[in-house]
Design a binder for this molecule. Structure first.
Ligand SMILES: Cc1ncc(COP(=O)(O)O)c(C=O)c1O
Length: 472
């Protein structure tokens, strides 16, 4: 071992502790101009090694200014990728072990802990007891796995064998508000972007089951083979929830595969008061949520659950001689449960997080985020020049500034983009936007591990002040 490893590792741990303690000193979103970091990095690699101190100094002076601080309590942008001390400990240990956990034999603990963690999560979310799960890197990968499995089950695994035939004219359905990863999966699965039907939504931005059914019937009549519906349990734009029961009934009536994308909002299901969102699970084939968004677990960690593990493994299993092992009958070889062969040991951080906080601890942190979201909604509702643009059922508030002096969505859109840019340029908070019904909505997502009411209050203060300065 490098004789200096211990001293260097201690130095890094000290730096991490100082960083997390003082994270509010940094601007939330990086303020650098494009190219600023690249120009500070030599064109060619060093021919001889450099000392640790040089690396750490350059990390501080070159890299840190170009980082957006996702663990900053005033990071309200996108969806969070929240982390926590136990998750960081586990990631350190994982890095130290450096294991590649493709098969049971390549690290039995990784495989068996993953099996248990998926059972724990299944129970925590109230998913059906017979389902099984596997950790994927991202929800995008999970959704692609679901679509590929649907395609193979429908073609009796013929597409894996011979490729597409002219009869494989599949169509896939999601709402106009579904995440772009659905379209990416449709493209990669060879189904074709033009065969993705984006179904209109209601006033709450949830998919309309009546329009879905009409479109499926129309496609059947035109000779297409409707394959799969993706139901969003919490859209990216506004956390809209597609009506699972009704969509499930449509999928069942027409023999379609049903995947639920709960990438962000799935964490809310840990709260018994939100379990009703799973009404309709009897029609669902696969389900994904990301502990790496809102469940205090470092990116990456996406929990993918399936009704039929055999269907999943039939889609992906390839067994060359060099991967054959004796234990196949008794263990899970997760290399066969997804796309990649090599796998990180991701279950360890889930184990550390769930054991450190306990289910009740996680529930109370998630409830607190939702409570802060509701308080912010109430505060905004009291201000006549602010408008809430989508229902707020959890910790995501979509709003716009709408002073009486500014008319028409075009001008309001520009005003709100300007407002967002000004707020983000302060470095004191970070918001992102979306469009809802053609209106620019600023999204404020309260899901940081260290966020407190004072951070939300300060953000709301800045928003009001900056908005009114802008229109005065
Ligand atoms: C609803 C939804 N689905 C899927 C994704 C993609 O997640 P990932 O980055 O894990 O692929 C996101 C990302 O924000 C999302 O909001």
């Amino acid at each position: 071992m490098d004789p200096e490893f211990r001293a260097h590792a201690h130095e890094i741990v000290d730096w991490i502790a100082d960083y997390l303690e003082g994270i509010e000193r940094y601007p939330v979103a990086s303020q650098v101009q494009p190219g600023r970091i690249r120009t500070q990095i030599p064109d060619s690699p060093p021919l001889t090694g450099e000392p640790f101190d040089a690396l750490l100094n350059d990390f501080k002076s070159i890299i840190l200014p170009g980082m957006t601080h996702w663990q900053h309590p005033s990071f309200f942008a996108y969806f969070p990728a929240n982390s926590s001390p136990p998750s960081i400990y586990a990631e350190m240990l994982t890095a130290a072990l450096g294991a590649q956990c493709m098969s049971w034999i390549t690290s039995p603990s990784a495989a068996e802990l993953e099996e248990r963690m998926m059972q724990w999560l299944r129970e925590m979310l109230g998913l059906p007891a017979a389902w099984e799960g596997v950790i994927q890197d991202t929800a995008s990968t999970s959704t692609l796995c679901s679509l590929l499995t649907a395609r193979e089950e429908r073609s009796r695994h013929e597409i894996n064998r011979r490729g597409f035939s002219p009869a494989d004219t599949f169509t896939v359905y999601c709402s106009v508000e579904a995440h772009s990863s659905v379209e990416k999966a449709v493209r990669i699965a060879g189904i074709g972007r033009e065969n993705l039907r984006k179904i209109d939504v209601d006033e709450a931005f949830a998919m309309r089951p009546d329009i879905l059914e009409r479109r499926i019937e129309q496609d059947k009549g035109a000779g297409f083979v409707p394959l799969c519906v993706i139901d969003a349990l919490g859209t990216t734009g506004s956390t809209a929830v597609d009506p699972l029961k009704e969509i499930g009934a449509v999928a069942k009536r027409h023999g379609l595969w049903l995947h639920v994308d709960a990438a962000f909002a799935g964490t809310a299901l840990i709260l018994p008061e939100f379990r009703h969102l799973l009404d309709g699970m009897e029609s669902v084939d696969t389900f994904v949520f990301n502990p790496h968004k809102w469940m205090f677990t470092n990116f990456d960690c996406s929990a993918y659950f399936v009704r039929d593990r055999e269907a999943l493994v039939r889609t992906f299993e390839i067994l060359p001689e060099y991967l054959k092992t004796r234990e196949k009958q008794h263990v899970n070889n997760y290399r066969d449960w997804g796309i990649q062969l090599g796998r990180r040991f991701r279950a360890l951080k889930l184990w550390f997080v769930i054991r450190t906080y306990g289910v009740e601890g996680i529930r109370s942190m998630v409830r607190e985020h939702i409570r802060m979201g509701q308080e912010l909604r109430q505060a905004m509702e009291k201000e006549p020049d602010f408008e809430i643009l989508a229902p707020v059922w959890c910790n995501v508030v979509c709003f716009r500034y709408k002073p009486v002096s500014v008319h028409g969505d075009g001008q309001l859109n520009s005003l709100n983009m300007e407002l967002m840019d000004r707020l983000n340029a302060t470095g004191r908070l970070y918001l992102t936007h979306t469009k809802l019904n053609g209106r620019t909505a600023l999204r404020l997502v309260i899901g940081q591990t260290s966020v407190e009411r004072r951070h939300v209050a300060a953000a709301w203060d800045s928003i009001r002040r900056t908005a009114r300065e802008l229109s005065s």
